[in-house]
Design a binder for this molecule. Structure first.
Ligand code: FUB
Length: 336
């Protein structure tokens, strides 16, 4: 568990973003009040590709265990009631429990459905003709233990040039679950069957639709806000300093997605390689957080990535505002 929370004073911390989704004046602490801040990174250790979500009154983060490549054989998870104090849940999934997975367990995505928790993951860094790809595991609790659900990959082949990694599961307002995924600069969207055992074809008969926007590399996510579909992804190379997050907006989960621009990237005074993120919305509010990984200054090892959180703001036109990466991180935010 991370034990160190940062103490800061309010002035200058909460008044820096002029945006439509700022916290209301009523929610801002009085000037001079000490504010507990998470500090970045929010958890100790090398953790990347963080999928953040909310189950009940807890925030959860499911990251990649960013150890040396061949040691990426397990997943840990973290939970928090307030974004500041995090509890580690070790080894929620292990390749020992997935007979077809042997390494490179990457970028989890977790959804709750019908009282079960489904954890989608990439395994083996699969290439043409190899065994591996996107799998799914299931548990009765968010901290697992998760067990392989299918006994084989959910997606084991390469479609439209997309490596089967970096899956994200998005539920539309009609209840339909979509999987959006892909590495190697190609992104596909598919319709999941209700029991997550496979896919339903689209009305035109296709199963894997490519929705790759300009500059897309990997790490897609999607969410809805005010009737619009926001599609976000990582661009640049994850092993270097120029990794970044960009986005597009459309009227449908199928796009078309026109790239708007970058909203998260390195800051030479803070950290490099900022990317592969997720977002959470505090239920019933327009408060948004971006959870992402970055590389500490001076680090060059590709796996030396840490998980961080910042506020994410929209302007009056619905554009996502550039995110400033910080050492201070976010203030305590309990769930309503
Ligand atoms: O952590 C392994 C890989 O690094 C992910 O799948 C990519 O998106 C990149 O973040």
């Amino acid at each position: 568990m991370k034990t160190l929370a940062l103490l800061g004073l309010v002035p200058g911390l909460l008044l820096t973003h002029a945006a439509a989704s700022q916290p209301s004046a009523a929610r801002q602490p009085k000037p001079g009040t000490a504010v507990v801040r998470a500090g970045n990174p929010v958890v100790s250790g090398w953790y990347a590709d963080p999928e953040a979500t909310i189950f009940g009154k807890q925030y959860w983060i499911y990251p990649t265990y960013s150890a040396p490549y061949k040691e990426q054989v397990l997943l840990d998870a973290f939970s928090s009631p307030d974004l500041v104090h995090w509890t580690k849940h070790p080894r929620i999934l292990d390749t020992a429990d997935v007979k077809w997975a042997r390494r490179a367990m990457w970028a989890p995505a977790v959804v709750k459905k019908g009282g079960k928790y489904f954890l989608f993951f990439g395994a083996n860094d699969v290439h043409e003709g190899e065994v591996g790809g996107i799998g799914v595991a299931v548990a009765d609790r968010p901290e697992g233990p998760f067990k392989d659900y299918l006994g084989q990959p959910l997606i084991g082949n390469i479609h439209n040039g997309a490596q089967p990694i970096d899956q994200f599961v998005f539920q539309d307002k009609d209840g339909q679950y979509y999987m959006i995924y892909g590495g190697w600069s190609h992104c596909n969207i598919t319709r999941l069957k209700p029991d997550f055992t496979g896919f339903l074809p689209f009305p035109d008969g296709s199963t894997y639709k490519e929705i790759t926007p300009q500059n897309y590399v990997e790490g897609p996510i999607m969410f809805r806000r005010q009737g619009k579909y926001y599609f976000m992804w990582s661009e640049g190379g994850w092993t270097g300093p120029d990794y970044a997050v960009a986005y597009a907006v459309a009227d449908s989960p199928l796009g078309p997605f026109q790239r708007v621009g970058k909203i998260l990237q390195q800051d030479p005074a803070v950290a490099t390689g900022a990317g592969h993120h997720s977002v959470v919305q505090v239920p019933g509010t327009d408060e948004w957080y971006i959870i992402y990984h970055r590389r500490p200054l001076g680090e060059t090892d590709q796996n030396h990535r840490v998980t961080c959180i910042e506020r994410m703001y929209f302007d009056q036109q619905g554009r996502i505002q550039p995110v400033k990466i910080t050492q201070e991180g976010v203030a305590t935010r309990r769930l309503p």
